[in-house]
Design a protein around this ligand. Structure first.
Ligand code: NDP
Length: 279
């Protein structure tokens, strides 16, 4: 029996990247899956990928919507219940570092960018959690949130609002985990480092430029010690682990870092002190 057989999962942001990979793995492992995103074409790519892997149409629910809207969130919940009857797992994965159209970074970014960033990366997670909670109470289900290494404790001066939103998401995850465990609902979080997805393109970077950035970071051991950018499935596998009560039942409100070693490196270590001493 596949390990998620009979379980129903909603994965936000599954029209691309990490969410797409998680949707494929859950579906291949027997789950009923609601996939979603705003971009209909990309969402259809996810749907086709899953169908081509041998999963039946009856295990899939595809919803084009904006997860920051109340109507979109309601549609996700209602269409999932209409098709599958129950909800066992919510993966709050949709997220982005929303770019300032004026090309401004750091403290001068507009407050409108702050609001949009918090809305997508934090508020939508709060709202989805509230709306799915009664259904997860019924099934004693799981929530997995997707944060980022920008949550800290290192600074992220170029993307202050995104980092702030992810840091807040981490505290929200810990606190929600303790509030909801009394109802049998587990909440945990994965904290990815650099992963090759549509993330940089969503920030306005052309595909070629994004590829160049991923290669640069992978080639510099002080950026990614393991020497390679992460693949979506590196994170998706952790999402499945945290959603699998048989494997991770005693993990409550924790975060798993998967970053190829990036956050363990200190800038000063990229210089050889003996060379400096001798010069
Ligand atoms: P992608 O850009 O590849 O995927 C992001 C997904 O979120 C897409 O499916 C996109 O769908 C969806 N999304 C964005 N905004 C909305 C919205 N308003 N409504 C509905 N869906 C939305 O990036 P990743 O796969 O990398 O990102 C997944 C998560 O991982 C995010 O939370 C991100 O912050 C986090 N992360 C990523 C890292 C990386 O290096 N890639 C590093 C650390 C964390 P659509 O465009 O169709 O709406």
């Amino acid at each position: 029996m596949p390990r998620f057989f009979g379980k129903t999962v909603i994965i936000t942001g599954s029209s691309n990247g990490i969410g797409r990979s998680a949707a494929l793995l859950f579906a291949q492992d027997g789950a009923n899956v609601t996939i979603t995103g705003r971009n209909a074409e990309r969402l259809e790519e996810t749907r086709q990928l899953i169908l081509k892997s041998g999963v039946s149409e009856s295990h899939l629910n595809s919803v084009v919507t904006d997860v920051t809207t109340s109507g979109g969130q309601d549609l996700l919940v209602k269409s999932t219940l209409d098709k599958f009857g129950k909800i066992h797992i919510l993966v709050n994965n949709a997220g982005a570092a929303i770019p300032d159209p004026n090309g401004v970074f750091g403290t001068d970014q507009g407050v409108d960018i702050y609001h949009k960033t918090m809305h997508l990366n934090l508020q939508a997670v709060i709202e989805m959690t509230q709306k799915v909670k009664p259904h997860l109470m019924e099934t004693k289900g799981e929530i997995v949130n997707v944060s980022s290494i920008v949550a800290g404790p290192q600074a992220s001066p170029k993307s202050i609002y995104y980092a702030t939103a992810k840091a807040a998401l981490e505290q929200y995850t810990r606190s929600t985990a303790i509030d909801l465990i009394q109802h049998g609902i587990r909440v945990n979080l994965v904290r990815p480092g650099i992963v090759e997805t549509g993330f940089m393109t969503a920030m306005g970077m052309p595909d070629e430029g994004a590829k160049k950035c991923y290669n640069f970071l992978a080639d510099h051991k002080e950026c990614i010690p393991v020497g390679v950018a992460g693949k979506p499935e590196d994170i998706a596998n952790i999402i499945l682990f945290l959603a699998d009560r048989k494997l991770s039942s005693y993990i409550i409100g924790q975060s798993i870092v998967a970053d190829g070693g990036s956050t363990l490196v200190m800038g000063m270590q990229s210089h050889n002190m003996m060379d400096i001493f001798k010069s």
